[in-house]
Design a protein around this ligand. Structure first.
Ligand SMILES: C[S@@+](CC[C@H](N)C(=O)[O-])C[C@H]1O[C@@H](n2cnc3c(N)ncnc32)[C@H](O)[C@@H]1O
Ligand SMILES: Nc1nc2[nH]cc(C(=O)O)c2c(=O)[nH]1
Ligand code: SF4
Ligand SMILES: [Mg+2]
Length: 209
C-alpha cells in the first residue's frame, strides 16, 4: 500500500523514556481524533494537539508508493553509526503503519518505535510502543513499553490507567498557555504517586523539531 507522510526529519526524541536519543521521525498525515483543521478543534475528540499533520507538504513529506521506498527515505536521514532508530508518529501512525513497513524498516537496520493514541490496533513487530491515551476514547492497545499521559485531562485521570501492562508510566504536562502550572501539578502528582514519572518535552525548550 502507499503511505501519506506529512514530514520526515532527524532530531532527538524529546519525550518519555527514550528522551535524548537520536531518531528519524516519520510523521504520518492524518489522525482519527482530529481533522487537523483549527476550525474543527473545539469539536474534536482530541482538542489539545500541538502538531501539524495535515497533508504531505512538510519537510521530507510526500506520498510513498510502497514500504521499501518509504524505508529508503527514512534511512537516507540516518547519519551512520549508532543504533538506527525511527519514531513513527503523526497524526495517528496506526492508520497507516503496517507489517510491510515494519519489515522494510527492520531490513534497513532500524529499531521501530511508535507514538500512538492507542485507539487502533498496531501491526506485530513494533519494537517500542508508547501509548498516549486521550479522554473520551477506548484503548485498543493496553500493553506496551510506556504509557505517556498528558496531564491534566478531565476524564483521563492517571488512576484509570495504572492497572495496564506498560513498563513505565509518564505524565507529560499539557502544553497550552498554562504549561508552567501544569508542570508544577505533574511534579506534585509524581511525588505523591511514584509509579508515575515526569516527561518534559525537551525539544520545545531546545528549539529543535
Ligand atoms: C502529536 S501526537 C502523535 C501521536 C499520536 N497521535 C498520539 O497522540 O499519541 C505525539 C505526542 O504528543 C503529545 N501531545 C500532543 N499535544 C500535546 C500538548 N499540547 N502538550 C503535550 N503533549 C502533547 C501526544 O499526547 C503524544 O504523546
Ligand atoms: N523531538 C521530538 N520528540 C518527539 N517525541 C514525540 C513527538 C511527536 O510529535 O510524536 C516528538 C516531536 O515532535 N519532536
Ligand atoms: S491523537 Fe495525537 S495526532 Fe491526533 S489530535 Fe491528538 S495528539 Fe494530535
Ligand atoms: Mg511533537
Amino acid at each position: 500500500m502507499s503511505y501519506a507522510v506529512h514530514s520526515l526529519f532527524y532530531t532527538l526524541q524529546g519525550e518519555g523514556a527514550r528522551s535524548g536519543r537520536p531518531a528519524v521521525f516519520l510523521r504520518f498525515a492524518g489522525c482519527n481524533l482530529w481533522s487537523g483543521r483549527e476550525a474543527d478543534r473545539a469539536t474534536a475528540v482530541c482538542t489539545f494537539c500541538d502538531t501539524d499533520f495535515v497533508g504531505t507538504g512538510g519537510p521530507g513529506g510526500g506520498r510513498f508508493a510502497d514500504a521499501p521506498e518509504l524505508a529508503a527515505a527514512v534511512a537516507a536521514w540516518w547519519p551512520g553509526g549508532g543504533e538506527p532508530y525511527v519514531v513513527c508518529t503523526g497524526g495517528e501512525p496506526a492508520l497507516q503503519l503496517d507489517a510491510a513497513l515494519v519489515a522494510a524498516l527492520h531490513a534497513r537496520g532500524f529499531e521501530v518505535a511508535v507514538e500512538t493514541n492507542g485507539t487502533l490496533p498496531l501491526p506485530a513487530g513494533v519494537d517500542w510502543i508508547c501509548v498516549s491515551p486521550k479522554a473520551g476514547t477506548e484503548l485498543a492497545i493496553t500493553a506496551g513499553d510506556e504509557l505517556k499521559l498528558i496531564y491534566p485531562q478531565p476524564g483521563a485521570e492517571p488512576q484509570r490507567f495504572t492497572h495496564l501492562a506498560f513498563r513505565r508510566f509518564y505524565l507529560q504536562p499539557l502544553d497550552d498557555n498554562q504549561r508552567g502550572a501544569h508542570t508544577r501539578a505533574v511534579l506534585d502528582y509524581c511525588r505523591g504517586h511514584p509509579q508515575w514519572w515526569l516527561s518534559v518535552q525537551i525539544h520545545k525548550d531546545l528549539g529543535i523539531p
